[in-house]
Design a protein around this ligand. Structure first.
Ligand SMILES: [Zn+2]
Length: 205
């Protein structure tokens, strides 16, 4: 199997943490033993390799990270650490997980979610500025966004202005949106064909 494949194995960690892992974690925690220190840390987000914030080596054990980091944060010190898929399994209390297996499944779901978000952000940027949006990309964006909104319980038959603004901000990472952006997104969702045809939706810069 290629090393670049994302593999979060569902089996339990039976290795003891290396001294470096323990030292680093204790350094950034209030507790002075490893098991208590672990409880101070919570899940923040997945950092994909395409993100600027991605680090190539796990900040706890130094192992090479290929596809993603899991960012965790200490509730007392506010320190963030970006760790790999092996180290994260040591934090099984993560989001209420009962064991390393649950944690691995949860992380895998978060990675898939983050990849879809990443794709939506990229597609939106391309389509919003395209002089001639490609039908394939418009269809893909529309489909992916519907699936995403469905999964997160935010799918509607008709979206209010506020809901569209929320999608722009929280899903598509657009924070300085205009009323035009809201209108364009509405059309991308409701009537992709019209979005492709209508010249009013092209950005001229
Ligand atoms: Zn590690």
């Amino acid at each position: 199997m290629s090393k670049k494949t994302i593999t979060v194995k569902g089996k339990k960690l039976n290795t003891k943490p290396r001294p470096r892992v323990i030292e680093t974690l204790l350094f950034y925690s209030h507790a002075n033993n490893f098991d208590s220190a672990k409880k101070e840390w919570g899940y923040v987000t997945i950092v994909l390799k395409e993100d600027d914030a991605f680090v190539k080596h796990c900040e706890l054990c130094g192992a090479r990270n290929y596809d993603f980091n899991v960012m965790i944060q200490n509730e007392n010190t506010n320190k963030d650490l970006k760790v790999g898929s092996e180290c994260i399994k040591r934090f099984v209390l993560l989001d209420g997980c009962k064991n390393a297996e649950d944690a691995a499944v949860l992380i895998q779901q978060k990675v898939v979610e983050a990849s879809v978000e990443r794709e939506l952000i990229t597609l939106y940027k391309i389509l919003r500025k395209a002089p001639k949006p490609s039908a394939a990309e418009v269809t893909r964006f529309n489909k992916r966004l519907s699936e995403y909104l469905n999964k997160t319980g935010k799918r509607r038959s008709i979206y209010t202005k506020e809901e569209l603004q929320e999608i722009l901000e929280t899903v598509l990472d657009v924070h300085d949106y205009t009323q035009q952006d809201v209108m364009v997104l509405d059309c991308m969702i409701e009537n992709p064909r019209k979005f492709m045809r209508d010249k009013r939706f092209r950005v001229t810069t």
